[in-house]
Design a binder for this molecule. Sequence first.
Ligand SMILES: NC(=O)c1ccc[n+]([C@@H]2O[C@H](COP(=O)([O-])OP(=O)(O)OC[C@H]3O[C@@H](n4cnc5c(N)ncnc54)[C@H](OP(=O)(O)O)[C@@H]3O)[C@@H](O)[C@H]2O)c1
Length: 334
Amino acid sequence: MQSTGGSMFKALVLDQVDGKTRSEIRQLEETDLPEGEVLVDVAYSSLNYKDGLAVTGKGKIISAFPAIPGIDFVGKVASSADARFSAGDEVILTGWGVGERHWGGMAEKARVKADWLVPLPSGMSARTSMLIGTAGLTAMLCVLGLEKGGVTPDQGPVLVTGASGGVGSVAVALLAKRGFEVVAATGRTSEEAYLRKLGASEIRSRDEMAATPRPLEKQRWAGVVDTVGGTVLARAIAETLYSGTVTACGLAGSHDLPVTVMPFILRNVRLQGVDSVSCPVPVRTEAWQRLQSDLDVELLGDLGQEIELEQVPDYAERILRGEVRGRTLIKLSS
Ligand SMILES: NC(=O)c1ccc[n+]([C@@H]2O[C@H](COP(=O)([O-])OP(=O)(O)OC[C@H]3O[C@@H](n4cnc5c(N)ncnc54)[C@H](OP(=O)(O)O)[C@@H]3O)[C@@H](O)[C@H]2O)c1
């Protein structure tokens, strides 16, 4: 990472020292950035659970050091060697291994492949798009998964687990707006008022959800958005109604799934995996358009907080401890 000229910018840089991940704010130059067709002036990045794993080194997220983390960002194109984008265009990036295998959004500038970018939906502000970010996109992909499974509000309540986290909060808001009765499962009963404001009509405790389920439990849920995995997901599946759909996108609790085949072969339950990282562009574009039309902008103010790049290491620890509510924006260049 030698500085050889060009305009300086601020970045959070991760290094590996004695087998441990260390983070530091550094001044870099454009020539330090990796190859890519599009140079972006980053306006906002956001802090996702995966970023928490990367910045603290508690998960093997970063493939080579030094690295800039940040799995998502929004900003203005500074220059582009690809005809699809021109200087001044506002663009969003989520996933594709950015902030993992490729330098990410926790810097005032990023250079990426044009194929990875989607235009900021018209009428959506850059700030709003990162309040939504990877977590919100994933929540929308889960909602699309429930819709594909034929889940409708008249069939019964839907369950959202890890409800006060980023994915969970947006999922609660989206499902409530579409007329679903939303039950929010949370380990933080102190967040009940927040979850009810987002549209949850009932709160279920994480402890209740984490109790080891029998192969089949009392049928409760027409659909599920699970961000937690483990016994919580196993119980959600065992409690799903005949022909219901469970979308699984996260592992905030565990990557295990201690379930039997009974819900699938006796209740026709569908388990739908959800991935936002390599999700094809047409699906992303549809999801962003749906976020634009479905998400109640009045609620967005309640959904998150804004931090500076310097605060990221502290918030990275906090998100892994399950202490961060909703979404966390990281302000970069304006
Ligand atoms: N598949 C994908 O493409 C994709 C995309 C984005 C995120 N994810 C995954 O989805 C999950 C949520 O991401 P996020 O950014 O929303 O993270 P987040 O903001 O930290 O939310 C996770 C929530 O899970 C709950 N939780 C935390 N630790 C737990 C534990 N030990 N047991 C049970 N519940 C626990 C907490 O909610 P309560 O306090 O309300 O219980 C926490 O707020 C993560 O595993 C992330 O890696 C996957």
